[in-house]
Ligand binder design. Structure first.
Ligand SMILES: [Zn+2]
Length: 257
């Protein structure tokens, strides 16, 4: 059976709080699996709590580059050790070239590298942020033996996309695929066996989405767009994304718990 999979969501974000029960019950009703990413230690812990309560929430733990100043290696490693088997991956981690005035790049890089070492040691997939730092992110990733890397909301150029594909990375595409010509152009250069879909909820998207707070329920529009761009049926598209999501995770999405 194939379900929809949102490869990158921030379920415990304050903006989603008023709608959270509705989102969770809609995910359950609509067979939507979500990879819930952390921003810091406390949101990572909450992801773990949610994943214990809801089989369709897969907990990722991670300290985002925006929160890198709060990173404690000991606390983060303890969280991983205490939750082996419940942590599905490490994310959201990475580098953000637009945020360097608030968190200096050397701090972001150190925190990214510490978390990559742990991903390597625990053999976990990583969910990576690379805004305005794609080259440096790919360079940094190349120093680690990571079997499952997802570059989420990738906005690099075709050369960098090709480099990521050559390194075996996955790429997740979100609501911008529905309306952005440049995202569609990049998407069409991607290998379908490496494509995942995501919403990065609660990010609010413009154009046809009119600035509403997003949720995993936007996935159907994205999957519809993917099926049109790849000229495959919706069913075939769903199956491929489902298989890709499992390959990235390195385990089955249903039935292993
Ligand atoms: Zn995110």
């Amino acid at each position: 059976m194939s379900s929809l999979v949102d490869a990158h969501v921030h379920l415990v974000d304050d903006e989603l709080k008023p709608y959270l029960d509705w989102i969770l019950s809609s995910c359950w009703l609509g067979n939507v699996i979500v990879f819930a990413n952390g921003m810091d230690l406390s949101s990572s812990k909450l992801n773990l709590e949610f994943s214990l309560k809801h089989y369709f929430v897969k907990a990722f733990v991670g300290v985002h580059p925006w929160c890198a100043l709060s990173f404690s290696k000991i606390d983060f490693e303890n969280l991983l050790k205490e939750n082996v088997g419940h942590v599905f991956g490490i994310g959201e981690i990475g580098l953000d070239g637009k945020y360097v005035e608030i968190v200096p790049m050397n701090v972001q890089k150190k925190v990214f590298e510490e978390q990559l070492s742990l991903a390597e040691r625990y053999d976990l997939p990583v969910n990576v942020h690379s805004r305005r730092a794609q080259e440096m992110v790919i360079e940094t990733l190349s120093s680690y033996r990571l079997s499952r890397v997802l570059l989420h909301w990738f906005s690099g150029d075709e050369r960098m996309l090709k480099r990521g594909l050559d390194m075996g990375f996955f790429f997740s595409f979100g609501p911008t695929l529905v309306y952005s010509k440049s995202t569609r152009k990049l998407f069409q250069k991607c290998d379908f066996s490496r494509v995942l879909v995501e919403t990065d909820a609660p990010v609010a998207y413009g154009v046809c989405f009119e600035g509403f707070t997003s949720s995993p329920l936007l996935l159907s529009s994205i999957v519809y767009t993917v099926s049109n761009l790849f000229r495959k049926s919706l069913e075939e598209t769903l199956n491929i994304i489902w298989e890709n999501s499992q390959s990235y995770l390195g385990r089955r999405l249903l039935g292993d718990e």
